[in-house]
Design a protein around this ligand. Structure first.
Ligand code: FAD
Length: 818
């Protein structure tokens, strides 16, 4: 056995083989793949998955992974035989609610460019004649299909072998991973030791055990799942094609179906999740006992069988000729685990990957390893996304089980998790409760979305927004509009403690930060700089505000949700000469946003310092004292108003809140939630990382080219950005307003020019000050001019809209700089 390799891949299931195939395509050689089972029916999940691939997904990245996967699988053959059938697929609506929701889902297919259409009952039955007449309709997705996953895995592996890129060792179990000074050095197997700097863990349900060998948490939970194949159906007598009918999902009963010659395969999720401890998974013994297969549990399949007979009457009362109780992985947020571990350098993973996405995942993993960044936006999949509480066993167990329960549910984008709650409470929590906050959860934090105590403000500020549909009214309140007006006309207090706060210190701090950001941070102490953190191809890995606290001390502020990704990137690229230290100080500091035209008049009553515009200008920071609380006040505002972000020690937060609250009573100071925050920032045109901007977009397309200073010296992405600027951009982020009253988008809807899809909605909300329904999205540059007429498609309704000059509010920044 080889004793050295460029990379050792653990697991020859679909995730491992797909990544190896793509690594070979990109020119890597000297790849070793080890699997404890025999090749390529290894005994992992891939060995027995029925291999249905449904493409349309609310996540653009996942839909793109799937579309790519079906095309790849469709192009593969094994020993000249077909191993994949691109049949198309249908999600049927058994209820009115599902039919309504399919209109939303169909729009994802259109927005992401993966294809989808809505069919009436007879059109659906024309594609699958066995379907009941009772359905309301179906969403048809032409790129769906089904295949033999382990054969696809074998075909991919053979291609990599043919290129001389990889060697596969079956019946070889990894027993240990050597890590020295936080860096992978070797993999130990029961057949010998392999020296390597890179391990890629594709061990599926065994991922947590393999991770443990390197001291890495692989946050997934193995779960059991059953499917069965019926006895032959007379209606399909003589059917010679393995899969001819489009594959089916019956989400109202959490089921899926695929025709198999003259039978039907039926899978059901409608039961309590059956979790398996990774330690309890059987050892591989012989080819008759797959370690990822357990005994059939008839009771949990009974309801599924009954419902199968309803949707496909031909299956009613049929016996089962094949039954399987297999195991696969679920994660806390239902997304895969990809990328390098933030804790151990050289330990990479592609875990919790479905057959559906494996082609795209393998491509992205290979790009990431070879060129340092994947082409697609990875924020939802990157294993570095988790905050510490989300890596605990209890959290992963609870949330993964809930993901299983909800796998086919209709999930409103505003829907809140029920359990676990009250994990991360800011110091102001008691006051927020007293004001009857409606809490939304965000990476464990309880964050007020609006305050029911503010309902009385609707008398002062009667609701002036659009009439909302029932769907648009969920997880929403007109109080949001009143809070919005309270900020624009007076002063609002926002609990923004969950923002991620990172201190970068040391003699090398400036040099280091200059090397990974696009704007010039070499500014006087006390100056704040807004900057992008580009990746190597000029995509926006993050946007940050950075305050120079002293010569060699900087405070980096970034969003709450994705802060761990930024922390990882900072640490990964930090100088290794001991000249820089990076500390996440989020939990140790409170943060209040005090914003609105009256904010100065409130603040000046509780501080001794001169906070006039001359003494304390916009984009500067000062240390001050609010009575006995030492604070750092930063004059910036994400809502487009005069104001400060006020930082101080967490344990003094409650006192700070009370002092400011009391000081502002004369002004009608208002506690304001996240709902208003979002409408305020959109009126001002501020970009939201994760929706308006991310790695697939560059600063010039996104309208933040002002934050790129190529002359400051070298930084990651500088050359790429110079080229982008020289070549010019082909698309632009634009502000669009709806032409008709009472029309509203919610995000991710297609932006159209007639039948042509120009782009999709990255952010949408109503601007209560400007009196407009606002949408942001990228469109081709030729459609980006002010006045261009477009349409927004929302639940199959077409709304006329117009590209508008931005920002809609205060383009001269008079409010901010006043
Ligand atoms: P695996 O295929 O499990 O591969 C992991 C490999 O790692 C195994 O071969 C294992 O032997 C090896 N390994 C583990 N530990 C070690 C070690 N210490 N040393 C060496 N090797 C090791 N997905 C879909 O998209 N569509 C479907 O229709 C579908 N249906 C499913 C139905 C069932 C019943 C089940 C159980 C799963 C289904 N899935 C489906 C999910 C899908 O099968 C899995 O998500 C996918 O196969 C996971 O692939 P993988 O490569 O990550 O893991």
């Amino acid at each position: 056995m080889q004793d050295r390799a460029r990379i050792v891949v653990i697991g020859a299931g679909i995730a491992g083989t797909s990544t190896v195939y793509h690594l070979a395509q990109l020119g890597w050689k000297d790849i070793v793949v080890v699997d404890q089972g025999p090749l390529f029916k290894t005994g992992g999940s891939t060995s027995h998955a029925p291999g249905l691939l449904f493409v349309v997904n609310s996540s653009r990245t996942m839909a793109n992974f799937a579309k790519y996967t079906t095309a790849l699988d469709d192009s593969m053959k094994l020993n000249g035989e077909r191993i994949f059938w691109k049949t198309g697929g249908m999600e049927v609506a058994w209820t009115k609610e599902r039919w309504y929701d399919l209109k939303r889902k169909y729009a994802y297919g259109k927005s992401w460019g993966v294809g989808a259409e809505l069919l009436g009952p007879s059109e659906a039955r024309a594609k699958v004649p066995l379907l009941s007449e009772k359905i309301y309709g179906a969403m048809y997705s032409p790129n769906d299909g089904a295949g033999y996953a382990h054969m696809v895995a074998e075909a991919l592996a053979l291609e990599a072998q043919k290129r001389g890129a990889a060697t596969f060792y079956g019946d070889t179990k990894v027993t240990g991973i050597e890590v020295v000074n936080g860096q992978v050095k070797a993999v130990n197997t029961d057949k010998g030791r392999i020296q390597t700097d890179i391990v890629l863990c594709c061990a599926g349900i065994w991922g947590p055990l393999v991770g443990k060998m390197a001291g890495v948490t692989v946050p997934l939970y193995p779960m059991r799942h059953q499917y069965a194949v019926t006895e032959p159906l007379p209606e399909l007598k003589g059917e010679k094609e393995k899969v001819r009918h489009p594959i089916l999902r019956h989400q109202d009963e959490a089921m899926y179906f695929r025709q198999e010659f003259d039978s039907y395969l039926v899978g059901a999720y409608r039961h309590e999740p059956m979790l398996v401890e990774p330690e309890d998974i059987l050892e591989w013994k012989d080819s008759k006992v797959m370690p990822s297969v357990m005994d059939w549990a008839p009771s949990i399949f009974e309801q599924g069988l009954r419902e199968s007979g309803e949707l496909l009457p031909a299956t009613k009362g049929k016996g089962l000729k094949f039954k399987l109780n297999g195991m696969f992985s679920f994660t806390a947020d239902g997304m895969p685990l990809m990328g390098e571990s933030p804790n151990v350098r050289g330990f990479w993973m592609a875990e919790a990957v479905w057959i559906t996405h494996a082609g795209g995942v393998g491509k992205a993993m290979a790009e990431w390893l070879v060129q340092g960044y994947p082409e697609l936006d990875m924020r939802e999949c990157d294993v570095a996304r988790f905050h510490p509480h989300a890596l605990t066993k209890s959290y992963v167990r609870t949330r993964s089980a809930q993901q299983f329960r909800e796998v086919y549910d209709i999930i409103h984008p505003g829907q809140q998790m029920e359990n676990p709650r009250n994990l991360r409470l800011t110091p102001f929590y008691p006051r927020l409760k007293e004001l009857d906050a409606e809490f939304f959860e965000g990476v464990g934090w309880e964050r007020p979305q609006w305050f029911k105590a503010n309902a009385k403000m609707l008398e002062q500020y009667p609701y002036n927004g659009p009439k909302r549909t029932e769907w648009q009214s969920r997880f929403w309140s007109p109080i949001i509009a009143a809070e919005h007006h309270a900020v624009r006309n007076g002063v609002g207090m926002f609990d923004i403690t969950p923002f991620t706060k990172i201190e970068v210190t040391g003699p090398g701090a400036l040099k280091f930060l200059q090397s990974i950001t696009s704007n010039n941070l070499d500014q006087p102490v006390g100056r704040i700089v807004y900057t992008a953190m580009p990746n190597h191809r000029g995509g926006i890995r993050a946007d940050l505000t950075i305050t120079r606290l002293s010569e060699d001390r900087f405070l980096v502020l970034t969003g709450g949700g994705m802060g761990m990704l930024d922390l990882f990137w900072l640490r990964k690229n930090a100088l290794r000469d001991g000249s820089v230290s990076i500390t996440d100080v989020t939990s140790s500091m409170f943060n209040i946003g005090l914003w609105g035209p009256k904010s100065r008049d409130v603040l000046k009553t509780v501080v001794d310092e001169d906070i006039s515009n001359d003494a304390f200008p916009y984009m500067t920071a000062k240390r001050m004292q609010i009575q006995e609380i030492p604070v750092l006040a930063i004059r910036i505002s994400y809502v487009g108003e005069l104001g400060w972000e006020i930082y101080g020690p967490a344990e003094l937060g409650l006192r700070a809140w009370d002092i400011l609250w009391k000081a502002g009573r004369w002004s009608g100071i208002t506690a304001v939630g996240g709902g208003a925050f979002e409408t305020l920032r959109l009126e001002k045109g501020y970009r939201m990382w994760g929706s308006d901007i991310h790695t697939e977009y560059n600063p010039y397309e996104a309208g933040i080219g002002f934050a790129v200073r190529p002359n400051k010296g070298d930084f990651i992405g500088r050359d790429a950005l110079a080229k982008i600027k020289k070549d010019g951009v082909k698309r632009k982020l634009v502000c669009i307003t709806m032409d008709e009253p009472n029309t509203l988008a919610m995000g991710k809807e297609p932006i159209l020019d007639g039948s042509k899809v120009l782009g999709y909605v990255t952010s949408a909300n109503y601007g209560y000050t400007v009196g407009k329904s606002i949408v942001y999205g990228y469109v081709p540059t030729e459609c980006a001019a002010e006045g261009t007429k477009v349409q927004i498609e929302h639940f199959k309704e077409i709304y006329p809209a117009t590209v508008t000059r931005e920002p809609l509010l205060d383009p001269e920044n008079l409010r901010l700089k006043g």
